[in-house]
Design a protein around this ligand. Structure first.
Ligand code: PHE
Length: 444
């Protein structure tokens, strides 16, 4: 029998999972959402949702993967066996289609990052027209850079879990952190920054009950932690079974939330600095352009640094591209692991098939960008991911071995607080999540 590939160390696992979590969601998604939804109020709700729902969901997802040591579809099918293996399989397939949805738009945005990383370099060597093309959004740019990104992801996934994912994730995350801190220090010294800081850090509590805000914050939290599409389940399955994942889940959540918070600390003040310098960023209280925020204001910030700005810009966008790459590969791994384990594909064949499907999906999005891009993101983050998480809670709390798997196992082990945690996942989480869902139904 073939042995499964796996992570070689706990730290390798944490870095890979953090690499999945930390990505465009933190630096492109979070600040945009926060700026569009009242700043501090959004941050406040985001933190609460992360703690009450997203962290437990991440735990449930990784726990299922770790206990079963299987790809998400096989895993869910297995643990639902006594109730309905079919239900488990469909649940897994829904998650997998979420991974494809994620990839369809994520590779486009990642392509933007990569183009922005190359644009300053083109300028440095005197290719002004090309630099301009690289930094301006266009269909032609999408058609070039999205496939490049899909290929990069495929190349890493092809190498397998340990050789590919673990090494790549470990290398550049610390650099991103250092660069963020340096940029925050720089921006906070610019005129106008204090307005952004106040908007971001002082919540307007009259807004925290706004259902649209709560739903956006929940979607953002689920997206940011990469939960509900099977990526974290598959990573959990590559970790040695039963070592206890509680602390790991906590550190991944803390790292991811910290990076999102810091991105807000950079981007939201930067919006006001740009505004002070005459850039138009808001129209009717909404940010201009779907997802274009950071591309409107960051170049302004880098320009203000003089000639060093070109290098800083290139470095920053390059790091974002790499962060996007480590997130991309966790999603590609979901269908690839399924095809390899359950359908006996070779890793190479599975990788190319999945890349091909992702490429088609992203091309459809590029062709119908205005109507599909935002829609796919909303469908994934506010409907599919929360529904998947609800399913994980129900699986862990109710379906697995006809009972509360977590509580029963922990009772056997004589642990004190795990039964409490089991009950929290069994009763509180599904109810809380459903309450938010009912709100979604009323909103639409
Ligand atoms: N969490 C990643 C980010 O914040 C995105 C992601 C979502 C990755 C779902 C994998 C699965 O950028």
């Amino acid at each position: 029998m073939k042995t499964r590939d796996s992570f070689h160390s706990r730290i390798g696992f944490v870095l890979a999972a953090a690499g999945s979590a930390i990505g465009l969601g933190n630096i492109w998604g979070f600040p945009t959402q926060a700026a569009n939804n009242g700043g501090g109020a959004f941050l406040f709700v985001y933190l609460i949702v992360t703690l009450l729902l997203a962290l437990p969901a991440l735990y449930a997802e990784m726990y299922i993967g770790n206990q079963t040591q299987k790809n998400p579809i096989g895993a869910l099918q297995g643990v639902c066996q006594e109730k309905s293996a079919k239900l488990g399989k469909y649940g897994g397939l829904v998650g997998m289609s979420g991974a494809i949805m994620m990839l369809s738009f994520y590779t486009i945005v990642a392509g933007w990052m990569f183009a922005h990383a190359l644009s300053p370099l083109a300028e440095l060597i005197g290719l002004v027209d090309i630099s301009q093309w690289l930094s301006t959004s266009s269909t032609s740019r999408n058609l070039v850079f999205t496939p490049i990104f899909v290929l990069l992801g495929a190349a890493i996934i092809h190498q397998g879990v340990n050789a590919g994912i673990e090494k790549w994730s470990a290398r550049l995350m610390p650099l991103l952190l250092i660069m963020l801190i340096a940029l925050i220090i720089y921006i906070l010294g610019q005129p106008g920054a204090e307005k952004g800081l106040a908007l971001y850090l002082i919540p307007d509590f009259s807004q925290v009950t706004n259902p649209k805000l709560i739903i956006s914050a929940m979607g953002q939290a689920f997206f940011s932690l990469s939960i509900g599409v099977g990526g974290m389940m598959v990573y959990g399955s590559y970790m040695e079974k039963g070592k206890g994942i509680g602390k790991l889940v906590l550190s991944i959540t803390a790292l991811d939330t910290c990076i999102a918070f810091m991105a807000g600390l950079l981007i939201i003040p930067a919006i006001f600095v740009a505004q002070e310098a005459g850039v138009e960023v808001f129209k009717n209280n909404q940010l201009i352009g779907e997802g274009q925020l950071i591309f409107n204001i960051l170049p302004q910030l880098f320009n203000s640094m003089g000639s060093a700005g070109l290098y800083v810009a290139s470095g920053f966008f390059m790091l974002l591209s790499i962060a996007a790459l480590t997130s991309t590969i966790s999603s590609i791994e979901v269908p690839v692991a399924y095809l390899v384990e359950d359908k006996s594909y070779s890793r190479g064949k599975a990788t190319w098939w999945v890349s091909f499907i992702v490429l088609i999906a992203s091309m459809i999005l590029i062709a119908f960008f205005d109507s599909l891009f935002g829609l796919v993101i909303r469908l994934l983050t506010t409907i599919l991911q929360p529904l998947s998480c609800l399913f994980y809670f129900i699986v862990v709390g109710w379906l697995w071995k006809r009972g509360n798997q977590l509580r029963d196992v922990s009772l056997q082990k004589g642990s004190k607080w795990l039964p409490l945690w089991g009950n929290y996942l069994r009763y509180v989480c599904p109810v809380l999540l459903s309450v938010v869902f009912v709100n979604v139904a009323f909103l639409n």
